[in-house]
Write a protein that binds this ligand. Structure first.
Ligand SMILES: Nc1ncnc2c1ncn2[C@@H]1O[C@H](COP(=O)(O)OP(=O)(O)OP(=O)(O)O)[C@@H](O)[C@H]1O
Ligand SMILES: [Mg+2]
Length: 314
């Protein structure tokens, strides 16, 4: 599913008819005069007046091989809706940045992708997510297996209280892997992939908790890639790191491109423009605009996107 879904309360007319009436393509948000003139705060007043919502998706990213498809996804914490009708596809082997002001739902959306929100009692969801065509929320989905296919690294590094070695090979241990050579090879390859091998190769049996914050974060990335996930979710992985450690993680993300699909939340616009192929801009729980990173940063279609990427709000 590559095109955005309409708002659930929209008119009964088919999207093509509405798009033709609006003089735009079917992937664009409705463009009434008031919409174009709206300031950021006015955008959602306009939407509620129009009672419909569509993400503005740049045509050039349609048709890319999707590894992750999110369809009309909604999420509530109790009675508060945090995600509204989000639909988009994350292409395989690319880096996709998720940007937007604090509280707009980026972490909620990311956590929903590997079902971390299952752990929150008040959460209710609607809609669909597919990983390589398999329903993420299907009945009978083994969440442990799912999380091997979708790795996640959080803002704050969370190494397990065990040795560096055991941290990295954790997913293989869960599978009961005992082949020492295979475990050692995986550990070395993953630490190299995470740009940490040279710094720690002589202390693999030390506790992971002795590492610096930047090293811990790279260890968590090594642990995630050891499982060879189809998708790697990174939620502000550099926010607590210095520029050197940040540079190493950005290099790592660049190296992962092609072999892995990365969906990364970042508040750093320079970082998003440096490392990502595509960028999705969220605001107030909605996906506002989605396109190639260059397009989002240099030629955004919506005033709201331009205001955000140029630092005028958020
Ligand atoms: N466990 C929770 N229970 C209730 N509400 C929550 C919970 N987690 C998040 N929220 C609310 O959901 C909304 C989206 O939060 P979320 O953490 O996804 O935002 P974010 O875009 O990641 O923000 P930031 O950039 O600050 O990390 C916020 O209004 C937040 O208060
Ligand atoms: Mg967050």
């Amino acid at each position: 599913m590559n095109h955005p879904m309409p708002h659930s309360t929209m008119s009964a007319k088919p999207p093509e008819t509405r798009a033709a009436e609006q003089g735009g393509d079917r992937h664009s948000a409705p463009r009434s005069t008031s919409y174009q003139a709206s300031a950021s705060a006015g955008l959602f007043e306009t939407i509620s007046r129009a009672e419909r919502w569509e993400t503005t998706t740049h045509e050039s990213i349609l048709g890319q091989d999707p590894v992750l498809e999110i369809k009309d996804f909604k999420l509530w914490y109790g009675s508060a809706q945090a995600i509204h009708d989000v639909s988009f596809s994350v292409p395989r082997g690319k880096v996709t940045a998720l940007i937007g002001p604090s509280g707009c739902g980026k972490s909620t959306l990311l956590r929903s992708v590997n079902r971390m929100n299952d752990l929150v009692d008040s959460v209710r969801i609607e809609g669909e997510m597919l990983l390589s065509g398999d329903p993420i929320y299907g009945s009978g989905v083994d969440v442990i297996e799912l999380r091997k296919r979708i790795g996640m690294v959080f803002q704050k590094p969370n190494p397990f209280p065990m040795s560096l070695f055991e941290n990295v090979v954790y997913s293989l241990r869960i599978d009961g892997e005992r082949d020492k050579t295979l475990l050692q090879e995986t550990c070395e390859r993953s630490l190299m992939g995470a740009g940490l091998w040279d710094e720690v190769k002589d202390r693999l049996n030390d506790s992971a908790l002795q590492l610096s914050g930047g090293q811990q974060q790279r260890l968590c990335i090594a642990r995630a890639i050891a499982a060879e996930p189809e998708v790697l979710l990174l939620d502000e992985p550099c926010s607590a790191l210095d520029p050197i450690a940040t540079g190493k993680i950005e290099d790592l993300i660049d190296d992962l491109k092609g072999s892995y699909t990365v969906l990364i939340v970042t508040h750093n616009m320079q970082q998003a423009s440096r490392i990502s192929d595509n960028t999705a801009f969220m605001y107030l729980g909605r996906l506002v605009e989605y396109g190639p990173t260059e397009g989002i940063f240099l030629a955004p279609r919506l005033q709201e996107t331009e205001d955000y990427v140029t630092g005028r709000f958020g």
